[in-house]
Write a protein that binds this ligand. Structure first.
Ligand code: HEM
Ligand code: NAG
Ligand code: NAG
Length: 579
């Protein structure tokens, strides 16, 4: 047994040695490749795709930043953490130009800030595919653990998962076409009316409370319920956190859908790490078993909806359109000539819709709500428009087709919020071939296997495209008066300088869906005589102080969990009061 202590010392040393050697080797290899591009280069020692690092990056770096001089301020502390892009805004590109490379031990990351180059990046989807191996937080896990593609969690593997999303090439084209059938104006009408109803109830609840610290979760409830109706034809009433506490857990699978989806999303990383069969083990802690139960229940719910829909289709029943229904119909019709979606693909896509359409919307809504609370004059500005459009018409009679297009200011609030806080960063790569790309008039050759990160945080705030106040939140920048009739129009940003819903063949199919949901919600909230403001933190806090406190919370306490979000919105409760 004499070797045992030796092993105890040697094993960690060996591991550490291997890690260091791999790092040095990777950096040298990638540096050689980066140099061929001929643009500025920075180094970081740890791959941003390393999940263990992403768990501790902020904590470790905040410690290292305290070191004196260059020890505390260097590329490592500046670039080696998740979310630096948003904090950095356009500064790095201002220092280094519209393209530069971050060399890491695993891949090179090419940062791009040139609108024309970004346009061709999105347009040339075949040259610059989405790296299917990158799955946001989960990418590295997937590579390392070679996770199985077990339904529906293959979905999460891709941030926007299968199948519309994981699939590349022909398979993807078919699926995308099918899925796009479902995002149509009929569906948007449902999004509209469901959002109006839910927002009305949400406002009733908000205005009945002395102050609310649950804005984020209430907005999340709203977005989930809209999705449930427009996606599956299942309508749920708005319910507050209070309501939920007092309710008995329902045995009904439709009501459980919401809760199970929520549980799945909150525990996505865990499910991925452990696998769905593992978390079924009866000896595991209750939390894990609950996660598994959620998975089973969500899956059962999908199956029952699908079977219901197929049966209805078989007997020729028609009803209100929803995403599931359109997809089943399209696939059954196409199945006759062999090109339909398989059952698994439909489940995969429904999960993607849920996954892609829920938190994105909820987080953007939360940012917007806090920006509005800090900017009472913008609330007035919205009120003016909403009043102009609806006069005294009651909410029940608000017509989607006639009114939605006129609520430009309401929509500008979403654009402005997403300009500053893009919830979903798209990443592309060069795959197995080097690709030429024109950047600032120069044709550069981007080596194979390079990651390409459109610099959203930068191009969407660059003063060249957005003016000197580009870092301020000011929705009116998106509004112009039309030359013809003086009506207000949504300003089209400088081409290539805004990519909030991505672009090209793989852009967000839910873009309009999210517009409609947001505009309807704003119209309800700010039509009334209620206004929202931050609750004072101490009795005589001035409105100015409260306002900067909220702006500080937005700017300095946001970060990437799965998506970019406010980390602690509950720290600034909001108050609704009559004007
Ligand atoms: C404010 C709200 C939203 C924003 C900012 C947003 C943004 C995006 C972005 C940037 C992408 C591309 C991701 C990538 O390239 O990796 C995307 C993809 C996607 N989004 Fe959205 N989205 C929103 C709402 C929605 C909604 C409401 C739905 C559905 C109901 C939805 C469904 C999807 C789907 C299915 C994809 C994958 C498309 C594909 O791979 O071809 N999104 N979204
Ligand atoms: C997703 O798509 C891939 C490739 O098209 C397919 O192999 C897989 O079975 C699909 N998974 C689901 C859950 O639909
Ligand atoms: C964010 O934090 C920085 C550094 O502490 C501060 O200078 C800045 O004013 C804060 N942002 C806001 C909006 O308060």
């Amino acid at each position: 047994m004499a070797w045992f202590p030796v092993l105890l010392v040697a094993a960690p040393l060996l591991l550490a040695g291997t890690f260091v050697a791999q790092t040095v080797f990777g950096l040298a290899r990638n540096y050689a490749s980066a140099r061929t591009i001929g643009v500025p280069i920075r180094f970081i020692p740890i791959s941003p795709l390393n999940p263990f690092w992403t768990l501790v990056d902020r904590a470790v770096l905040s410690f290292i930043r305290r070191l004196p001089g260059p020890l505390g301020r260097n590329s490592f502390t500046r670039y080696n953490w998740r979310g630096w892009e948003v904090a950095d805004r356009y500064r790095s590109h201002q220092e280094m130009g519209d393209i530069w490379v971050l060399v890491t031990p695993f891949k090179n990351w090419i940062y791009l800030n040139d609108p024309d180059a970004l346009n061709s990046l999105f347009r040339r989807g075949n040259d610059f595919p989405r790296p299917v191996f990158v799955t946001g937080v989960c990418c590295w896990l997937e590579n390392v653990l070679e996770l199985t593609q077990d339904f529906p969690f293959a979905a999460i593997l891709d941030v926007f998962g299968p199948n519309i999303s994981t699939a590349e090439g022909q398979a993807w084209k078919t699926q995308r076409k099918m899925a796009m059938h479902s995002f149509n104006e009929q569906n948007n009408e449902i999004v509209w009316s469901e959002s109006l109803t839910l927002a009305t109830d949400m406002q009733k609840y908000w205005t009945s409370m002395p102050s609310i610290d649950t804005a984020a979760s209430d907005l999340r409830t709203l977005s989930l319920h809209v999705l449930s109706r427009a996606g599956f034809g299942k309508s749920f009433k708005f319910e507050s956190q209070e309501d939920r506490k007092t309710q008995r857990p329902s045995a009904n699978s439709a009501a459980n859908y919401k809760d199970s989806l929520q549980t799945i999303m909150e525990n996505c990383v865990l499910i991925l790490g452990l696998g769905t069969s593992f978390i079924a083990q009866p000896w595991l802690p209750k939390k894990l078993r609950d996660v598994h139960a959620a998975y089973v229940s969500f899956r059962a719910y999908m199956t029952s909806l699908y079977e219901e829909e197929k049966a209805a289709y078989a007997v020729g029943e028609t009803g209100e359109p929803n995403l599931m229904r359109s997809m089943v119909r399209a696939s059954q019709a196409d199945a006759k000539d062999g090109g339909g979606l398989t059952e698994a693909e439909i489940y995969g896509n429904m999960f993607v819709f849920n996954f892609a359409g829920h938190d994105t919307t909820a987080h953007s809504f939360t940012f917007a709500m806090y920006f509005l609370a800090a900017n009472p004059e913008v609330q007035e500005w919205l009120h003016e428009e909403i009043h102009r459009v609806f006069g005294d018409v009651p909410v029940e009679d608000w017509d989607y087709r006639a009114n939605f297009p006129r609520l430009k200011r309401c929509l500008s609030v979403l654009y402005e919020t997403i300009r500053l806080y893009v919830p979903v960063p798209t990443i592309k790569w060069t795959a197995d071939k080097a690709q030429p790309l024109v950047v600032g008039g120069r044709t550069l050759v981007l080596p194979a296997s390079s990651m390409i990160a459109p610099s959203y945080g930068s191009v969407q705030t660059d003063p060249r495209f957005w003016g000197p106040n580009s870092l301020n939140w000011d929705p009116s920048r998106f509004i112009v008066k039309s030359a013809e009739d003086g009506d207000e129009e949504l300003r089209v940003p400088v081409r290539g300088s805004f990519h909030g819903w991505s672009d090209g063949a793989r852009d967000c199919p839910g873009r309009k869906f999210s517009h409609v949901e947001f505009v309807a919600t704003m119209a309800v909230l700010f039509r009334s005589n209620w206004r929202v403001k931050p609750a004072p933190k101490y009795p005589d806090e001035s409105p100015e102080a409260a306002r900067s406190r909220v702006l500080d919370l937005i700017e300095n306490d946001s970060g990437s969990v799965l998506l970019l979000q406010m980390l602690h919105p509950e720290r600034a409760p909001l108050v609704w009061e009559k004007r």
